[in-house]
Design a protein around this ligand. Structure first.
Ligand code: ADP
Ligand code: MG
Length: 586
């Protein structure tokens, strides 16, 4: 008998595989549970988390609740009260409709649920493990539902291993709840972690106050309102001034018909509108609500419904781009009048005319030396002669101290027998990394007080991260003190960075931390590397002679000057014999 190589998967395996698509991590379970509470018509939702959601996620609402039979059914795969036929998808108004969330969550955890429709019969309590209902009994509860999810992924070791560091996970949960707070101004939200309240949005908090609570003061104080409609489409919300930009798109939050989505089309449209105003690699922040006819989008393209497809992509793009552009006069005033806004960090970098390219200026000077009047017919010979005697006559020859910068990116140093090209960013990264490491080793923290302490008004999820890393920052000379809820003050910085835009450095490090997967063993070293990276001179920065020679001096006194902390070279030598080879003299 032949043995088939194709197996039919058991229900248990199927369940766990598809659970992984819907519930990737604790934050996605939080999102699904809150979706359900909103769909149940709740106007008060409380979330309690322990160990960043890995131990407990509890969501309690005052929505319509479920009777016993429904409560049992709710945990079956493809069990939903929200659609019954395929046509319903086109006019879907609820956040859920696939009937997968509860089944998925229950398949990979231990669930307690108490729910009641508020009738005299009281409520019910169910306990499930790995998706199986193990207990049911009557329970007292006012109208609403409380779901407790414990030990998420306890039965999926592979997934458990890939969970991110707790602080990253917690900040993701804060971001998830924050988005609901912004998009549901008529619902009260509370989020606490091990008993400590992280976010509270009571009903009295209006839309802008909610944005301030979630996105922080730095964004809210530097945003412009957008408002546009055309045909059945409407767009409103806020975009940041170009001076308040981030190094990734995490500050961009889009809602389509009230649903939070990640959408390339929208972020591209925002980017296009700003384009000329942005530094390379920087992105504006935005909170935008787009209302479109349900027939214009497909929300059923992603298991967690985090992505949508537009039927008329270009139309959407154009509306967003135009709406943002219309605000440009307002946005630009900020740039033209940096003095009017002292808290603006990066204003000087924007709109400044590019620094003259010194390298090419110098080339032009040098060029004269190389212009010869060659006698006809003897050119080849003559060139050789002339050129070979150049070094002794030329001021740029020998191991002169003169340094050049190419393309605001590389420093060129002429040496006795080589041309040395130094990558300014990589070199400075090495210098900073060694300086930080030295402070750690010797415990001799070299820190300088800021003349004007810099205040950071962070978003809710950034401030969670900040609390986790203030000690790390302190060890390398950044003293950052909490200053009320979600605000921090940079009091002092490493002496080596005192001239730098410390706000930007600290904010960029936070962005990196929130988007990076951490190798748990080497977290602190990773932190040092990325702080060195964010604080280092960028490619594209024009440097004057003193800056160049200081950098080279610092690099020379490094222990490992030839590579940056990531292992890339900091310098390349083009040797004389390489030149001779290339000019085919040898
Ligand atoms: P979906 O939301 O796609 O319908 P879920 O698995 O998330 O699928 O939920 C299944 C069903 O359970 C929902 O359709 C709803 O009827 C019910 N349900 C889930 N959570 C709640 C809740 N908090 N309150 C009332 N009913 C709920
Ligand atoms: Mg749901």
């Amino acid at each position: 008998m032949e043995i088939s190589k194709i197996n039919l998967l058991t229900e248990d395996v199927i369940g766990k595989i598809s659970a992984g698509e819907v519930v990737e991590r604790p934050a996605s379970a939080v999102k699904e549970l809150i979706d359900n509470s909103i769909d149940a018509g709740a106007d008060s939702i409380e979330v309690e988390i322990q160990s960043s959601g890995q131990q407990l996620i509890r969501v309690a609402d005052n929505g319509e609740g479920m009777a016993l039979e429904d409560a049992k059914r709710a945990f079956l795969r493809h069990a939903t009260s929200k659609i019954s036929q395929i046509e319903d998808l086109e006019k879907i108004k609820t956040l859920g409709f696939r009937g997968e969330a509860l089944a998925s969550i229950a398949a990979v955890s231990r669930v307690d649920i108490t729910t009641s429709t508020g009738t005299v019969n009281g409520g019910v309590y169910l306990y499930l493990e790995s998706g199986e209902i193990l207990k049911t009994r009557p329970a007292g509860r006012s109208r609403g539902t409380t779901i407790e999810v414990r030990n998420l992924f306890f039965n999926v070791p592979a997934r458990l291993k890939f969970l991110k560091k707790e602080s990253t996970e917690l900040s993701e949960i804060v971001a998830v709840v924050g988005r609901f707070i912004i998009s549901n101004p008529h619902i009260e939200f509370k989020l606490s972690h091990s008993g400590r309240c992280l976010l509270h949005a009571p009903l009295e908090l209006n839309a802008v106050e909610r944005i301030r609570l979630v996105m922080g003061g730095d964004f809210t104080d530097h945003m412009a309102e957008v408002d546009a409609d055309s045909d059945d489409y409407a767009l409103n919300g806020f975009v940041s001034h170009p001076a308040y930009t981030k190094r990734d798109k995490r500050g961009q939050v889009f809602f389509i018909n009230g649903r939070y989505v990640r959408n390339k089309v929208l972020s591209e449209a925002v980017y296009l509108a700003y384009k000329s105003l942005l530094e390379r690699g920087r992105y504006p922040s935005a909170v935008l609500f787009l209302t479109v006819p349900s027939s214009a989008i497909d929300v059923n393209v992603h298991p967690a419904k985090l992505e949508v497809k537009f039927t008329e992509e270009n139309k959407i793009k154009e509306i967003v781009r135009r709406a943002v552009k219309e605000k440009f006069r307002e946005i630009k005033t900020f740039i033209d009048n940096p003095a009017a806004e002292t808290a603006m960090p990066e204003v000087n970098d924007i709109g400044a005319s590019p620094a003259p390219d010194r390298f090419f200026e110098t080339i032009a000077d040098v060029q004269e030396v190389f212009t010869y009047d060659f006698p006809e017919g003897d050119a080849q010979q003559k060139t050789k002669e002339q050129v070979s005697c150049l070094p002794s006559e030329n001021v740029y020859s020998g191991s002169g101290d003169k340094l050049f910068q190419i393309s605001n990116c590389y420093i060129v140093k002429i040496m006795e027998d080589a041309v040395r090209v130094i990558d300014q960013h990589a070199a400075h990264e090495r210098v900073l990394y060694e300086s930080f490491s030295r402070m750690i080793r010797t415990k001799d923290v070299e820190s300088q007080n800021m003349l004007f302490p810099v205040r950071l008004d962070l978003s809710a999820h950034e401030s969670v991260l900040m609390e986790q890393v203030t000690e790390d920052f302190r060890r390398i000379g950044f003293n950052i003190e909490p200053f009320g809820e979600r605000s921090f003050v940079i009091q002092s910085v490493p002496g080596i960075l005192k001239e730098k835009d410390t706000r930007k450095i600290v904010c960029d490090v936070l962005s990196d931390l929130s988007s990076r997967d951490h190798d748990k063993n080497d977290l602190f070293d990773e932190f040092l590397k990325l702080t060195a990276c964010r604080a280092a001179i960028k490619s594209g920065e024009a440097l004057n002679d003193t800056e160049m020679s200081t950098l080279i001096g610092q690099l020379n006194s490094c222990e490992l000057p030839f590579t940056c902390p990531h292992g890339r070279p900091t310098m390349i030598d083009i040797k004389l014999n390489e030149l001779e080879k290339r000019f085919r003299r040898k």
